[in-house]
Each structure stands twice: as C-alpha cells, then as structure tokens.
Design a protein around this ligand. Structure first.
Ligand SMILES: NC(=O)c1ccc[n+]([C@@H]2O[C@H](COP(=O)([O-])OP(=O)(O)OC[C@H]3O[C@@H](n4cnc5c(N)ncnc54)[C@H](OP(=O)(O)O)[C@@H]3O)[C@@H](O)[C@H]2O)c1
Length: 235
C-alpha cells in the first residue's frame, strides 16, 4: 500500500544492483527521494542492499536471462510502485580477457544472453506499462566499447555495439512522451573493470564517486534525449 507522499515520488528500476554501478545508483536514487526497484542474482548482496535502503524500496532476486523471472520481477514492481519513470538496463557481464578464437561457445553465449537478450526481456516486461502511462525514459548501459574496440573483449564489444543499435532503433519506435538512450557510464573501478584492467582499475573513480555525478544526470534525462548516445559528464 502506497502512502500519498509515496505516490508523488519518482520511481526508478535498476537491473544489477548487487554491486558496482547498479548498487551505487540504487543508493544514490534512494538518498535523492526516489522509489527504487532493483534486481540481481546474488541473494546475499541483495539482502545487504535491501537492509541498507530500507523497506520503502523493492530489492529482489531476478536473473535477467530468465524470462519468467523477469516477468515476475516486473509484476512485483508494478503492483507495488506502478511503472517506472526511469528504467536503467545496467546489468551486464564481460568475458575473461582472451582473443575471440579462444572464447568458448558457452562464454560467448553468456555475454550475449545477459547483455543483449536480458535487456530485451526487461524492455518487454516494463515498456508496455510505461507506454500505457504515456511517459518514461529507458537507459540502456553501453560502454566506451560500444563506440570503439579493444582486443580480448570482442564478445563484450559486440554486445555493447548491439546495445547502441538496439537503442537507436527502439527510439524510432517509441510514442511521444517516451525516450530511449544509450549511456556510456565512463570508466569506473568495479569488479567488471578489474576483470579487464586488473589492478590498473584502482586508478579510476569508485562507483560511489561516479554516482554523485551520474544520478543527477540520469534524473535529468527527458524526451528531448530520445535516440541520443550519451556519456556521463566528466567521465
Ligand atoms: N565499470 C566500468 O568502467 C564500465 C564501463 C563501461 C560500461 N559499463 C557498464 O556499466 C554497467 C555496470 O557495470 P559494473 O562495472 O557495475 O559491473 P559489475 O560490477 O560487474 O556489476 C554488474 C551487475 O550486473 C548484475 N548482473 C550480471 N548478470 C546478471 C543477470 N543475469 N541477472 C541480473 N543481474 C545480473 C550483477 O549482479 P549479480 O552478480 O547479482 O547477478 C551486478 O550487480 C554494465 O552494463 C557495464 O557494461 C561499466
């Protein structure tokens, strides 16, 4: 049951809130007075986040590659808070560094499943409600490697270039009042960055430092950004 005050609060859905950028965004939006709905697969990390943000937010396990789990997450979220003002497709994974010909079929499939098919499942689950409501912004997390490339991360590059194309096409489909944006967050010291940069990741900002800039930037996005390929300012 929502209080009258809660009915006027903005609502953000974030995938991949168990750590990294997703967790920092969940904390940042909650601190800024938004209702936050978030998911991930690490139950212990999600419980720690739920305890930290408190009972006015919804944090739930949901594997974005599982269509039934995504549908159940979307039902739980919309029953509690309605459709989101902001949908952040943040959850992603990266292949261990290696040349493409050494990447196993399973490793390649996993990156595609999470980074592209997962984004599609989340869009399928949430966007019809947002369209019904006549407003909302979808942000699909891209990367510098969605606009350039490096060796040993070809599967990841393929998905992030895919996110750019998927988002630009989606933007052309959306009715008035809605927007879709591809976002390069910058370079931030997370588990994902440690995977590809090793110890060198330590010279980049923490997710919490990043979120101080990224959360107000994300909150400022509107229909005028529809179809844009953006980068978090200063990152
Ligand atoms: N860090 C950077 O410098 C950087 C640069 C460019 C782009 N990005 C992008 O920014 C986003 C966040 O990256 P990050 O650095 O914060 O990565 P991260 O630290 O590895 O965190 C990834 C998050 O995604 C979740 N996730 C992975 N697979 C999932 C699944 N199947 N279902 C649900 N959640 C899943 C993880 O949660 P569980 O483990 O609980 O599943 C985790 O919370 C990604 O889209 C990434 O590509 C990051």
């Amino acid at each position: 049951m929502q209080t009258l005050e809660m009915a006027f609060m903005k609502h953000v859905v974030v995938t991949g809130v168990s750590r990294g950028l997703g967790r920092a965004m969940a904390m940042g939006f909650a601190a800024d007075g938004w209702k936050v709905s978030g998911c991930g697969t690490d139950a212990a990390a999600l419980k720690a986040l739920a305890d930290e943000v408190g009972p006015n937010h919804l944090v739930q396990t949901c594997d974005v590659t599982n269509s039934a789990a995504v549908a159940a997450f979307a039902t739980a979220v919309t029953n509690r808070f309605g459709s989101p003002d902001l949908l952040l497709n943040n959850a992603a994974t990266i292949n261990p560094n290696k040349p493409l010909w050494d990447v196993s079929a399973e490793e390649f499939a996993r990156v595609i499943d999470v980074n592209l098919k997962g984004v599609h499942l989340v869009i399928r689950a949430f966007l019809p409600g947002m369209i019904g409501r006549g407003k909302g912004v979808v942000v699909n997390f891209s990367s510098g490697w969605g606009r350039s490339t490096s060796p040993e991360v070809a599967p990841y590059c393929a998905t992030k270039w895919g996110i750019e194309g998927l988002t630009a096409a989606l933007a052309q489909e959306l009715p008035a009042g809605l927007a879709a944006v591809a976002l390069n967050p910058g370079i931030i010291d997370t588990r994902m960055l440690r995977s590809c940069f090793g110890e060198g990741a330590g010279s980049y900002p923490t997710p919490e430092e990043w979120a101080k800039v990224a959360v107000p930037f994300l909150a400022s996005l509107s229909t005028r950004h529809n179809g844009a390929a953006l980068t978090v300012p200063g990152m």
